[in-house]
Design a protein around this ligand. Structure first.
Ligand code: A2P
Length: 344
């Protein structure tokens, strides 16, 4: 059995990765539709050795489609999700448009796959930094409840899309030539610099990206009162995000036990060479599926505290891979809407 898949935002950083993942993971695709804005309609992208022409999304785009993988921004998702659902598809959305909607499951397959069963047509893919943290700390949470999380992020340019990655390269070239770096997508130069995440600020002083980590982690873990504080920072890395995470438990968490748990955790790869002072780096996480975790150590300031460090590919596990895993989950559990009606 195979399925008719549409990618909304097919020409973007996440969209192109979605195409590759459907191919490399042998997702059962009967037909692939590539959708974007009118700007890139007519361009061609390769899938399984065949050129597929990108179409501008319109009212007819979702007819005869089983699964939509959307990564074209919140506004585009808000505009098209209901149309896709009306046409019988399941809409797996990478944007933040529906994540906190009580009717919409927010899923990291390694953490809460069971949430998929209650979907009503839309499923949300969490924020990238939230996904990476959730994969790394959920296995520890299973052993001992976490009282409080303090996290600092080191987020790459890829989180802001393909054009943002190009802008950072152009900025670097300009600076090396003694010129003023262009800032069209980013508010400030990112090359040779860093800045606190530029998403809108709340009256609490936190930015939207930080509040996503708080609210989305609570929803994914199903723990409304989970205490989390985040500081999100954009750093001049092209792709793959890193995070420094401090966890506080009720009881001390043995470091050797944490290492053992994480060495067996799904979606996690333990990367520690204490003698060589080698730990996860964005260049090692880039293009890879697992979240690389290391530098697990006792917090010297708190007997019940544990410190860890991670790097994970923002475009993959932070976005496209997680979305494809959700699609795989739907297929494996017979949760597609069209599969309830007919097989093809
Ligand atoms: P397009 O190539 O036509 O601009 P990124 O996150 O890397 O910036 O990619 C954004 C993706 O979302 C691109 O594929 C882009 O297509 C698509 N997109 C942006 N705005 C719209 C829109 N209004 N309708 C459909 N697709 C859109």
């Amino acid at each position: 059995k195979s399925y008719r898949v549409a990618i909304l935002g097919a020409t973007g950083a996440v969209g192109t990765e979605l195409i590759q993942l459907l191919e490399s993971r042998s997702f059962p695709v009967a037909e692939l539709k590539l959708l974007a804005s009118a700007r890139s309609a007519g361009s061609q992208l390769l899938f399984k050795g065949e050129n597929i022409t990108v179409e501008a999304v319109d009212e007819q785009s979702f007819n005869q489609v089983d699964i939509v993988l959307a990564s074209a921004g919140g506004e585009t998702s808000k505009r098209w999700a209901a149309k896709a659902v009306e046409a019988g598809a399941v809409f797996i959305d990478n944007s933040s448009a529906f994540r906190m909607d009580a009717q919409v499951p927010l899923i990291v397959p390694e953490v809460n796959p069971e949430a998929a069963a209650s979907h009503q047509g839309i499923i949300a893919n969490p924020n990238c930094t939230t996904i990476l943290m959730a994969v790394a700390i959920w296995p520890l949470y299973q052993v001992q409840p976490i009282r409080r999380i303090v996290v600092s992020t080191y987020q790459s340019a890829s989180g802001a899309g393909a054009r943002a990655m190009e802008e950072m390269i152009t900025q670097a070239q300009a600076i090396l030539q003694g010129k003023t770096p262009p800032t069209e997508i980013f508010p400030y130069p990112l090359a040779f610099n860093l800045f606190p995440h530029n998403s809108p600020l709340d009256e609490s002083g936190y930015c939207q990206e930080e509040l996503k980590m708080v609210n989305e982690t609570r929803k994914i873990f199903g723990v409304e009162e989970l205490r989390i504080s985040a500081t999100c920072v954009r750093v001049p890395v092209l792709r793959a995000h890193s995070e420094a995470i401090n966890l506080e438990f009720d009881q001390p968490f043995d470091v050797a036990k944490a290492r053992e748990v994480l060495s067996q955790a799904p979606g996690v790869e333990l990367r520690e060479d204490w003698k060589a002072n080698y730990f996860p780096m964005p260049i090692d996480a880039t293009g890879r599926d697992p979240v690389l975790v290391g530098r697990i150590r006792q917090d010297i300031s708190h007997r019940c505290g544990l410190e860890l460090w991670l790097s994970g590919d923002q475009v993959r596990k932070g976005a496209a891979l997680n979305a494809v895993q959700i699609a795989e989950l739907l297929v494996a559990n017979n949760l597609l809407r069209s599969s309830l009606v007919a097989s093809h």
